[in-house]
Design a protein around this ligand. Structure first.
Ligand SMILES: [Zn+2]
Ligand SMILES: [Zn+2]
Length: 217
C-alpha cells in the first residue's frame, strides 16, 4: 500500500497530465501489478488459489495481462483454466459456472487503490497547495471518481462542494471545446482550423465521462 506522502506526490504530479489524476495513478499501479505478477506472482500459492476461485481473470484484465506477452506464464495458467473447463463443462453434476469470472485478482488491487486515492484526494483537498494545483490545472476528475468522492461517508461537505465546483468549471471548458467541434463541423465553417485542445477534446470527453479503460464497468 502506498504511503500518504507517495499518494500526495503522485496525485499532484498527475494533475499536470490533462486527465483524471486518480484514473491515471490507478492505471499506473495496475500496470506495475500486471508486470509484477508475471515476474513473481504466478507461482505464489495464495495468488493461484485466488485465481482458481475467481475462474481466471475478468475479461479486461485477462487481455491486459496477455498484452505483456510471456507465453510460458500464460501456458501454465491457461493449461489449468482449460483443464477446469474440460472437467466441469461435460459434467452434468458440476455446479461450477465456467461461463463467467468473478472480480479478479487485479480487480481487487484496482478497487483498493481507487478507494485509497479517492479518500486521499478528498483529504488532501484541505491543503491549499493541493487544491490550488487542481483548480489551476486542466485535469478534471472523471465523472465516476467525482461521484465516488461525493459519496464518501462523513466527508467534509464544504470540501466536497469545492471539489464539485472546481470540476464543473473544467467540464464547462471541455463542453465549450465540444461545442466548437460541432460548430466547426458545419459545412459553413469547415474552413476554420481546430485548436490543439479541440483536436483532443472528444477523446478527453470519453475518458472524463467513462473513466479510463477498465476502471469501471
Ligand atoms: Zn478517474
Ligand atoms: Zn479484473
Amino acid at each position: 500500500m502506498d504511503s500518504k506522502e507517495i499518494i500526495y506526490e503522485e496525485l499532484m504530479n498527475r494533475m499536470k497530465k490533462g486527465v483524471c489524476p486518480i484514473c491515471d495513478f490507478v492505471e499506473f499501479r495496475l500496470a506495475e501489478a500486471l508486470e509484477r505478477f508475471l515476474y513473481e506472482g504466478i507461482n505464489t500459492p495464495h495468488t493461484r488459489a485466488k485465481i482458481e476461485w475467481t475462474n481466471g481473470f475478468c475479461n479486461h484484465h485477462a487481455h491486459r495481462l496477455s498484452e505483456l506477452g510471456d507465453p510460458l506464464s500464460h501456458a501454465i495458467l491457461y493449461h489449468d483454466f482449460m483443464n477446469n473447463v474440460m472437467k466441469d463443462v461435460p459434467d452434468k453434476k458440476s455446479k461450477t459456472d465456467r461461463s463467467n469470472h468473478k472480480e479478479c485478482f487485479f480487480c481487487d488491487i484496482q478497487k483498493s487503490n481507487e478507494d485509497d486515492y479517492t479518500k486521499a484526494f478528498l483529504e488532501f483537498y484541505q491543503n491549499e497547495e493541493f487544491s490550488s494545483r487542481y483548480e489551476q490545472e486542466n485535469s478534471p476528475l472523471c465523472v465516476p471518481h467525482l461521484i465516488t468522492i461525493q459519496k464518501i461517508r462523513f466527508a467534509n461537505k464544504k470540501t466536497v462542494s469545492r471539489i464539485v465546483e472546481a470540476t464543473m468549471e473544467k467540464y464547462k471548458a471541455l463542453n465549450q471545446h465540444l461545442s466548437e467541434i460541432k460548430r466547426k463541423s458545419d459545412y459553413r465553417n469547415t474552413h476554420e482550423t481546430w485548436t490543439e485542445e479541440e483536436k483532443e477534446a472528444w477523446k478527453k470527453a470519453v475518458f472524463t465521462f467513462n473513466a479510463h479503460p477498465g476502471i469501471r464497468p
